[in-house]
Design a protein around this ligand. Structure first.
Ligand code: NDP
Length: 317
């Protein structure tokens, strides 16, 4: 077992007691010696130097003036930054992968098979007890474009490319990934969209990426394109998506994330024949892997060793 970190108070928020208990157990399994502290409603600051949180409520960090580092138990930091109360000098660290990349690649491959092999056709044929094969589907006819080539997007790109699909990716800075045509910036986006037939969004939510997926963008894709949104609901103009499905500029959408979650029962997405809805499950967090990663980073941080996954607060991810 690795060396223990002694006497450290850690402030926790998980939005549920069960999740916190699980986190505490996994951190102890890692040999971390710490005292958990909690902010009770109406009570003052805890004075903790370290926090480990998921979706803290508004005002959560108020008065926590001794905080030095906050570990976000998720890859996306949009919720924690939207909370607004985190002082600029506090180091914010996000989860890197922790099993999410493989899960999300699996989700995308499943959606791709549904789309490119027209699996809906076979479900309808089975309902009618009809033996109804379709012609061969060529992967070359289905170029996939991935918005976001970070820790998760690059794993999705590699997995999809391994199946033979032509894959392109888009990022803020120019990336170089084997087997992936990489584009960057505004000019790169135009070229990227013109060649994409299945668009996968796995961007972080920032002021630049908010509502990026709208009519203008959809119309730059190859005709009859599909959208797979596994980033954040706020990336997508939901009304524009419905209108583009209606006028035929888009053929279908697989959506895991939504403006308002849980998705209300009267939302048109639920019953739309060309929309697949999943309840924000594409990249479920493996809590054991997450706590292992955080425990290792916490030790490194205490030892003054550089750690990865520090959020660039100006870029917003
Ligand atoms: P990373 O920070 O590793 O990667 C982000 C990628 O997006 C980078 O390639 C970055 O570019 C690119 N990017 C950011 N801003 C822009 C921009 N303005 N223009 C072009 N490209 C941009 O994040 P992860 O891969 O770990 O996670 C990505 C997101 O996936 C999370 O923020 C979260 O929103 C979402 N997510 C969703 C889950 C779900 O269950 N649905 C689960 C986990 C994550 P560059 O390479 O230049 O930095």
């Amino acid at each position: 077992m690795s060396k223990a970190t002694t006497g450290l108070e850690i402030l926790f928020h998980a939005g549920g007691t069960e999740a916190v208990e699980e986190w505490l157990g996994f951190l102890r399994d890692e040999g971390l010696d710490f005292t958990p502290v909690f902010r009770e409603t109406g009570q003052g600051a805890t004075g903790a130097r370290v926090a480990l949180v998921w979706q803290p409520p508004a005002g959560f960090f108020e008065g926590e003036n001794r905080l030095e580092v906050v570990f976000n138990v998720g890859a996306g930091v949009d919720a924690i930054l939207a909370e607004g109360g985190l002082a600029p000098q506090v180091t914010l660290v996000r989860l890197e992968d922790a099993g999410m990349g493989a899960k999300m690649a699996e989700y995308v491959i499943h959606a791709l098979a549904e789309i490119t092999r027209d699996m809906g056709h076979f479900r309808r044929a089975q309902d009618a007890a009809q033996w109804s094969p379709l012609a061969h589907s060529y992967v070359e006819d289905w170029p996939v474009g991935i918005l976001g080539l970070g820790v998760i997007g690059s794993q999705i790109a590699a997995s999809v490319a391994a199946l033979g699909y032509p894959v392109q990716g888009w990022s803020r800075r120019q990336r170089h990934l084997a087997g992936v045509e990489c584009h960057a910036g505004a000019d790169g986006l135009t070229r990227f969209l013109a060649r994409t037939r299945v668009l996968v969004n796995v961007l972080p939510l920032t002021p630049e990426t908010h509502q990026l997926l709208t009519t203008d963008l959809f119309r730059q894709l190859r005709p009859g394109a599909h959208i797979i949104n596994i980033g954040r609901g706020e990336h997508l103009d939901e009304a524009a998506l419905l209108a583009c499905l209606e006028d035929g500029s888009l053929a279908g959408a697989t959506l895991d994330v939504f403006m308002d979650e849980p998705l209300s029962s009267d939302h048109p997405f639920w019953r739309h024949p060309r929309v697949v809805v999943t309840p924000h499950i594409s990249g479920t967090t493996d809590p054991r892997a997450a706590m292992r990663q955080i425990a290792a980073k916490l030790r490194a941080w205490r030892a003054g060793t550089p750690i990865s996954g520090i959020v660039d607060r100006r870029a917003g991810y």
